[in-house]
Design a binder for this molecule. Structure first.
Ligand SMILES: *[C@@H]1O[C@H](CO)[C@@H](O)[C@H](O)[C@H]1NC(C)=O
Ligand SMILES: *[C@@H]1O[C@H](CO)[C@@H](O)[C@H](O)[C@H]1NC(C)=O
Ligand SMILES: *[C@@H]1O[C@H](CO)[C@@H](O)[C@H](O)[C@H]1NC(C)=O
Ligand SMILES: *[C@@H]1O[C@H](CO)[C@@H](O)[C@H](O)[C@H]1NC(C)=O
Ligand SMILES: *[C@@H]1O[C@H](CO)[C@@H](O)[C@H](O)[C@H]1NC(C)=O
Ligand SMILES: *[C@@H]1O[C@H](CO)[C@@H](O)[C@H](O)[C@H]1NC(C)=O
Ligand SMILES: *[C@@H]1O[C@H](CO)[C@@H](O)[C@H](O)[C@H]1NC(C)=O
Length: 355
């Protein structure tokens, strides 16, 4: 594969776009004539591209049916600070040359079929804020000093690849991190606990098959992340007891997924403090005790999944208060009593799975 593969389908557009751009007198930083043509075609193709200061700084070619490899020559666009090539069919390895771009702030390459590794030079870009490589075919491990070299990182999204080894403990040093997605990889071992440095987290998705922990110290270490909205730790081997304190933790959380772990203990009645909860999924764990009736105070709740636990007692009639609820999964527990008629009155309910 080489860089030429991408461009043939764009030739017609190059011809159309070129003259008008040249008339406007853009002075684009480029390597050679073919790079120049390719870049002009980028501009012509995509209305999102913005050329500022007479240099190409921002290149967004999301969803543009691009095939082939990412051209190494992009590494010569010395002013580039944003490269977005999401939702294409790009394959071939990510060029090492991108690591030369010292102004680079955002590299977003999600949903392609990029193989191999993220070039080590990219981990060296201290200016980097966003590193999005989710849903590719990368087989890599993150460097141990990740959070120190990429100290300003705000987004680390590598979900849906084949990353192995540990999530580096230095990730907590990237204190501006707000989005962490490492789901659906082959990460192993324990996740590093936050020691108070990460306070801007908004989304945390860490479901992997082989992450393990004998306690829930990772999620509880996110206590002071007061703007956290999404916490998905499902499909790991997290053992231990759901802490009572969970109800004081995440008062902005919309999505809380603990599913498919080995979590024990009671659902605290203080769960009603999680007033923004929309999806609560704790299916396939070892939770016991009663379902607290205070769940009926979570007015925004749409999904309640407690299937395959060891829950006892009645189904609280207060669930009938939840007018936005569309799915309730409670089967495979030890629940008793009848199904409260109030549940039948929920207009929005589409899926009710109790047996
Ligand atoms: C991408 O290809 C599909 C199917 O060939 C087509 O419908 C779509 O318009 C193309 N999109 C762009 C941005 O060229
Ligand atoms: C980048 O530019 C240099 C100097 O113009 C040139 O020698 C090199 O081949 C270019 N690299 C690529 C990958 O085009
Ligand atoms: C421009 O640079 C690319 C490498 O990026 C090279 O493959 C190509 O042959 C060069 N074109 C010319 C006309 O020098
Ligand atoms: C990363 O940066 C260091 C220091 O600037 C340099 O010595 C090293 O060669 C760089 N590594 C890569 C892979 O670019
Ligand atoms: C990284 O964070 C840890 C835990 O907060 C801290 O002990 C360590 O000194 C930090 N390292 C650097 C290089 O800032
Ligand atoms: C949360 O903040 C409080 C007050 O600053 C502090 O005492 C506590 O240790 C912090 N908890 C965590 C898990 O960082
Ligand atoms: C919730 O439901 C219970 C039992 O159905 C009822 O007694 C209570 O008044 C309801 N609370 C609210 C806030 O609607």
């Amino acid at each position: 594969m080489n860089s030429e593969v991408i461009w043939p389908s764009l030739t017609a557009i190059i011809v159309l776009g070129l003259t008008s751009l040249l008339k406007q007198g853009f002075d684009i930083a480029f390597g050679n004539e073919s790079d120049r043509l390719a870049l002009l075609s980028f501009k012509a193709m995509n209305t999102c591209s913005v050329i500022r200061n007479r240099k190409l700084m921002y290149l967004d070619l999301s969803s543009s049916n691009l095939t082939g490899s990412i051209p190494a020559s992009l590494g010569n666009l010395s002013s580039l600070d944003t490269l977005i090539l999401r939702y294409n069919n790009l394959e071939g390895s990510i060029p090492q040359d991108l690591g030369q771009l010292e102004q680079m702030r955002k590299v977003l390459l999600e949903v392609n079929t990029l193989p191999g590794t993220i070039p080590s030079s990219i981990y060296n870009l201290s200016t980097l804020l966003f590193l999005g490589q989710a849903a590719n075919q990368l087989q890599d491990s993150l460097p141990p000093d990740l959070g120190i070299t990429l100290l300003r990182l705000r987004l680390l999204a590598v979900g849906g690849n084949s990353f192995t080894c540990h999530l580096p403990s230095t990730v907590v040093n990237a204190s501006l991190l707000s989005w962490l997605d490492i789901t659906k990889n082959k990460f192993t071992g324990q996740l590093p606990n936050n020691r108070g440095s990460l306070s801007y987290l908004i989304q945390v998705r860490v479901g992997n098959k082989n992450l393990e922990s004998n306690d829930l110290s990772f999620p509880t270490s996110l206590t002071n992340c007061t703007i956290l909205q999404v916490l998905v730790i499902g499909h790991n081997h997290f053992r231990g007891y759901l802490p009572e304190s969970i109800s004081n933790l995440f008062n902005k959380v919309n999505i809380l997924s603990l599913r498919h772990n080995e979590i024990r203990g009671f659902i605290p009645s203080g769960i009603s403090n999680l007033a923004s909860l929309v999806n609560f999924d704790s299916g396939n764990n070892l939770l016991s005790g009663h379902i607290p009736s205070t769940i009926g105070m979570l007015q925004d709740l749409q999904l309640l999944n407690l299937e395959s636990n060891k829950l006892l007692g009645p189904i609280p009639s207060s669930l009938g208060n939840l007018s936005n609820l569309y799915s309730i999964y409670l089967y495979n527990n030890h629940l008793s009593g009848s199904i409260p008629s109030s549940i039948g009155d929920i207009q929005s309910l589409q899926i009710l799975n109790l047996q």
